[in-house]
Design a binder for this molecule. Structure first.
Ligand SMILES: [Zn+2]
Ligand SMILES: [Zn+2]
Length: 302
């Protein structure tokens, strides 16, 4: 049975030593493109004793890593869901700061088609700074690959499997399945409802899913917002998804809420879906092993 431990203080995770049987998931940023000091850009750190990966790398990822005492040295792989700026704008900051902190090994960045030219552009944009600081002998590079090059060999404890989602005009958008021993975590990326989501979500221990919601009045009066809605997951759509896939725990993330509160969203979902649903929160952290423990928790369905 899922056991929740509620701790409402910021925890310093720096010195935690994780058993090799526990996966830790920490939300570095849970926000949207609009700046919000309490909800930085989307980014999730997933780590085991020996491996650390990041899903998406939005605004302020380096700040949150610093807050939890992570010096980037063990982060080997970064996975990019799509090229909307809120999911990638933190990459140059991560790369250049990791060199400032003397990261020795390169960082692999896996993304959809276009990732290589994106990385080349970053290298080019900062070539003056690299020349000035390192005389071209930068210690840690970013090596960028299409998803087909993901290394999920038997040495990897945390395996990442991208799947296509449905994000409107972006035809190059993905979610990720994370497999760790017998556990399955799914990260939706930015998406509206599609049948492909259902196939990939079934059997998940934790589903991290985006959400969009507003009042009917705002919806009727805002043409631009109606367009945005068509590329994200509404309350009715998430209810349909959850009833079809029944994750053990659902965490609503990257919330686009216009004129409605998290409590409203949770109570609407609760009318038609009986499983556990909570909202993410920056620096919320989960240990997933034999037990599931949540620290610095966000809103919970009443
Ligand atoms: Zn997007
Ligand atoms: Zn987004």
């Amino acid at each position: 049975m899922i056991k929740f431990i509620l701790i409402f203080i910021f925890l310093i995770f720096a010195n935690n030593s994780y058993s090799s049987n526990v996966l830790n998931i920490t939300f570095l940023g849970t926000g949207s493109p609009r700046p919000d000091i309490n909800k930085l850009g989307p980014s999730v750190l997933i780590k085991n004793k020996n491996e650390e990966i990041i899903l998406d790398i939005g605004r302020g990822t380096t700040l949150r890593l610093n807050q939890i005492g992570n010096d980037f040295s063990k982060i080997k792989d970064i996975y990019i869901s799509h090229f909307h700026f809120d999911h990638i704008v933190g990459l140059p900051d991560f790369w250049l700061t990791s060199n400032l902190w003397q990261k020795k090994e390169d960082t692999n960045v896996y993304g959809p088609k276009g990732i290589k030219s994106f990385c080349n552009s970053i290298r080019n944009a900062f070539k003056e700074d690299i020349k000035y600081r390192y005389n071209k002998n930068i210690k840690s590079n970013i090596n960028c690959f299409n998803f087909s090059k993901i290394n999920n060999d038997s040495l990897k404890k945390i395996k990442v499997l991208p799947f296509e989602n449905s994000h409107g005009h972006i035809d190059n958008s993905y979610g990720f399945k994370i497999i760790f021993k017998d556990k399955k975590i799914v990260y939706s990326g930015d998406t509206t409802y599609s049948e492909n989501l259902i196939n990939n979500y079934i059997g998940s221990d934790i589903l991290i899913h985006e959400i969009i919601a507003t009042t009917s009045k705002i919806y009727q009066n805002n043409k631009k917002l109606r367009k945005v809605f068509s590329t994200h997951t509404s309350i009715n759509q998430i209810i349909k998804i959850l009833n079809k896939t029944k994750p053990k725990l659902t965490i609503l993330n990257h919330a686009l809420l216009f004129g409605v509160s998290e409590d409203f969203v949770l109570s609407e979902i609760g009318k038609k879906y009986k499983g556990k649903v909570i909202f993410s929160k920056d620096l919320m952290s989960i240990d997933l092993g034999e037990e599931l423990n949540i620290f610095n928790i966000g809103n919970i369905k009443k």
